[in-house]
Design a protein around this ligand. Sequence first.
Ligand SMILES: Cc1cc2nc3c(=O)[nH]c(=O)nc-3n(C[C@H](O)[C@H](O)[C@H](O)COP(=O)(O)O)c2cc1C
Length: 179
Amino acid sequence: MKRKIALGVTGSIAAYKAAELVRLFVKDGDDVTVVMTPAATEFVRPLTFQTLSRHPVNVDQFAPPEEWKPEHVALAEAADVVVVAPATANTLAKMRFGIADNLLTSILLATRAPIVVAPAMNDGMWENAATQENIEALAKRGVRVIAPSEGELACGSCGRGRMVPPEEIFKVVSEMTRT
Ligand SMILES: Cc1cc2nc3c(=O)[nH]c(=O)nc-3n(C[C@H](O)[C@H](O)[C@H](O)COP(=O)(O)O)c2cc1C
């Protein structure tokens, strides 16, 4: 195994693209644990990520942990890098303010590993001052933000908000974690 990656998937229509990202990591020999927000499970079933990652998928913060340690602490400590792709406006806002109200946001607050986020959202959400301030604050804190690209969006409009392709996220994570 090359790297231990905790991959957070949030409630965006781009959640399906995270399946390809898991495949790229696994193909590269990485050990990937997928953590989904409850909203993300409305878009893609955990079974998809479980099969591709070859590990159970974590969603419920209060599910009995495999060992005594709370799951969010165990996963936060085990990860070499935490990647959130796609990252919703909502989860980015929680990250900025240190809100830990689900398993993924709790891991993000507890981890000491580097964090990479690949935002995906409607162009209005992306351009909103709240999102821009959150992104700026996170970047200043050392979070690696892979800015979304411009193009046709799932909501029907055209603008900036598309999550970058999985290959690009894979490349950024690989460069960051190169030993
Ligand atoms: C069809 C649909 C698509 C959505 N796509 C996005 C998206 O791409 N980005 C985003 O920030 N929110 C999107 N949302 C809204 C989020 O799902 C909502 O803010 C949710 O609370 C996010 O929760 P989470 O951050 O815990 O995953 C979408 C909602 C729906 C119904």
